[in-house]
Ligand binder design. Structure first.
Ligand code: BES
Ligand code: MN
Ligand code: ZN
Length: 510
């Protein structure tokens, strides 16, 4: 495991009887009474819990909290009541989110360790140990921070508002079962955090070669990883991808990751990621304001790496391949010029009218490569492809383009289930007209309008077998500088890992 995955929060499970930390959070549903352990604490404390709940108008509604400082008669320094809502209505994702918002409250209690008591007692659709595991991963994701380059952490820890919480003990009736359920949750959570780490990492540290090395580390969880260098990419005639990379002094890499969790004969599902470690725009250079954000232009590739980690670590019963194209888009004497015509691996020629529309060139070659080599039963590509998708959908929704209604429906269902929002956008012949070139088979620029749609149409030309269900997800708005929520507070969200893991679990596992 890379060092950056070092935990800021240690999560463990314990029984209801085990010793509690001095700060305790109690999960309380919308029922008429407190759950058993809370009732016992209440009587030990002379009814202080009920009194505080009444005083605060607390009814157990979801997202409500009561904090009781120094409750008399109890050993605990603080008790927090967390509203679990009508437990019967809550699904797994609701519990994950509640884990995130609960740990945030416990963090602000300014303690080193805390207990969280899960005792929903059969009122919920999920058993308590699964709720405990879901809340635990929510807590873990909420605690993620990218602070490896802050050298003055001590000063930060002295401040009154600092988050000192380093240990969370989740209590439930069957902690052994919770631990087991957590294996899956933890695999997914680690995948999300791995994606966040990659996106947050600055481009001087994470060049194409270093990115490939990080992906190579997935061998530790049983993923088979191949790294193709420039010589091999030239041999395979990836002229489009190499045209993007040629302006940079740092050489390109393509990484092929394989997780074989199903029988050998089963066609794999394929995930393809844009891994532009930094996008200056190239000769069609971007304005300087905000250009620093382009260190995140490998959000699609990061998602694929995070997903492959999740699938392998939870031993998903599926054959999956991940292919990512790692390049840097720089202006230089060697850079591709506007007007250049390049030949992609598929044989189609591309007129490069704007060197800042580079992501589609990278994807063209690796999408073709993945289909040619693996004949996948389905293919999803992920890319921070266009600013236009943010104009269309804002920063809460990723854009979903899909040539197959069943796949689109599966993706949207997984999106609903995980709260990682996506919205379907059109593929249409009309967009293809806009990218026909006078001088080559296709040009890398559409007109003024519908920039996300002409980009998707461009990619569609590289889906060589039209019967292969294919989806393109434009996550320019959601992967980086994303809106904060219960489980994501970092600049990089790790968007898509949970969604795609869920898609695989619900539709592609044997
Ligand atoms: N990486 C950018 C898209 C992007 C913009 C991602 C902002 C995240 C935040 C992409 O390579 C790009 O530059 N797209 C151009 C395409 C245009 C030149 C057709 C864009 O969106 O402006
Ligand atoms: Mn660009
Ligand atoms: Zn880009």
């Amino acid at each position: 495991m890379p060092a950056t995955l070092a935990d800021r929060l240690e999560v463990m499970f314990a029984s209801l009887k085990e010793k509690r930390e001095e700060v305790v959070g109690l999960l309380v549903g919308e029922g008429p009474q407190l759950p058993p352990l809370a009732r016992q604490l209440d009587s030990d404390g002379d009814g202080v819990l009920n009194k505080a709940a009444k005083e605060a108008g607390f009814t157990g509604k979801s997202k409500s909290v009561v904090e009781i400082l120094v409750p008399t008669g109890l050993k605990e320094k603080r008790v927090l009541l967390f509203g679990g809502g009508a437990a019967g209505k809550a699904d797994e994702n609701d519990w994950i989110m509640l884990g995130g918002s609960s740990v945030a409250k416990l963090q602000s209690a300014n303690c080193k360790a805390a207990s969280l008591v899960v005792e929903v007692d059969g009122e919920a659709e999920l058993p308590d140990h699964e709720i405990a595991a879901a809340m635990a991963v929510g807590a873990l994701l909420r605690s993620y921070k990218f602070d490896k380059y802050i050298t003055k952490k001590d000063a930060d820890e002295d401040s009154a508002t600092a988050n000192k919480l380093g240990k969370l003990v989740v209590h439930c009736a069957e902690p052994k079962k919770a631990e087991k359920a957590f294996v899956r949750q933890n695999a997914i959570g680690r995948g999300v955090m791995l994606a966040r780490d990659l996106v947050n990492e600055p481009a001087n540290v994470l060049g194409p070669v270093e990115f490939a090395e990080r992906a190579k580390a997935l061998e530790d969880v049983g993923v088979d990883v191949e790294v193709l260098d420039v010589k091999e990419l030239k041999k395979r005639k990836m002229g489009a991808l190499l045209a993007v990379a040629q302006g940079s002094s740092r050489p390109a890499r393509v990484v092929v990751m394989r997780w074989n969790g199903s029988k050998k004969s089963a066609a794999p599902v394929a995930f393809i990621g844009k891994g532009v470690v930094f996008d200056t725009g190239g000769i069609s250079i971007k304005p300087s304001a905000g250009m620093e954000d382009m260190k995140g232009d490998m959000g699609g590739a990061a998602c694929v790496v995070g997903l492959m980690h999740a699938l392998a670590a939870r031993k998903a019963k599926v054959n999956a391949v991940g292919v990512i194209g790692c390049v840097e888009n720089m202006p230089s004497g060697d850079a591709t010029r506007p007007g250049d015509i390049v030949t992609s691996m598929s044989g189609q020629t591309i007129e490069v009218l704007n060197t800042d529309a580079e992501g589609r060139l990278v994807l063209a070659d690796i999408m073709y490569y993945a289909q040619d080599r693996f004949k996948p039963q389905m293919m999803v590509d992920l890319a921070t492809l266009t600013g236009a998708i943010m104009v269309a959908l804002g920063k809460n929704y990723a854009g979903l383009f899909c040539n197959n209604d069943e796949l689109a429906e599966g993706l949207l269902a997984a999106s609903k289930a995980t709260g990682e929002k996506a919205w379907r956008m059109p593929l249409d012949k009309a967009f293809h007209k806009l990218i026909d070139s006078k001088n080559a088979d296709v040009k890398n620029l559409g007109g003024r309008w519908g920039g996300a749609c002409t980009a998707a149409a461009f990619l569609e030309r590289f889906v060589t077998d039209k019967d292969t269900p294919w989806a393109h997800i434009d996550l320019a708005g959601t992967a980086m500088d994303a809106p904060k929520n219960e489980i994501s507070q970092s600049w990089a969200s790790g968007w898509g890992v949970r969604l795609l893991d869920r898609l695989v679990a619900d539709r592609y596992e044997s």
